[in-house]
Design a protein around this ligand. Structure first.
Ligand code: SF4
Ligand code: SF4
Length: 102
């Protein structure tokens, strides 16, 4: 059955608290996605703090002298590039969407 416009759900409305994570905003990304270089990253957490979509995760995965790693959440990243622009050591590169990342 086809829905009329009055029956269609309004986009972006949260009907339950704590449910925004269910919106896979990564589908909105159209050009590039961030790729974090764990070797260059100094764990300053700027990207983690400023990402408007909370799409940088801190994971308990030790890397050399660091206790944790930073990970891209492509299900929610919209590809705005703010993280790459603000990283003080250029550890985030915006790469083509088609590039397969490890
Ligand atoms: S802003 Fe750059 S250096 Fe800082 S945690 Fe993010 S990737 Fe690492
Ligand atoms: S590109 Fe934008 S949305 Fe994606 S992780 Fe970086 S700051 Fe967040």
């Amino acid at each position: 059955m086809k829905l009329g416009w009055r029956e269609m759900p309004i986009a972006g409305v949260m009907f339950q608290p704590g449910s925004s994570a269910e919106y896979k905003t990564g589908d909105w990304r159209i050009e590039k996605k961030p790729l974090i270089d764990q070797e260059r990253c100094i764990r300053c957490m700027i990207c983690w703090l400023i990402c408007p979509d909370v799409a940088i995760e801190r994971v308990q995965k030790p890397y050399k002298n660091y206790q944790e790693s930073l990970k891209e959440d492509y299900y929610h990243c919209k590809g705005c590039g703010i993280c790459a622009a603000e990283c003080p050591v250029d550890a985030i590169e915006m790469v083509e969407e088609s590039r397969v990342v490890p």
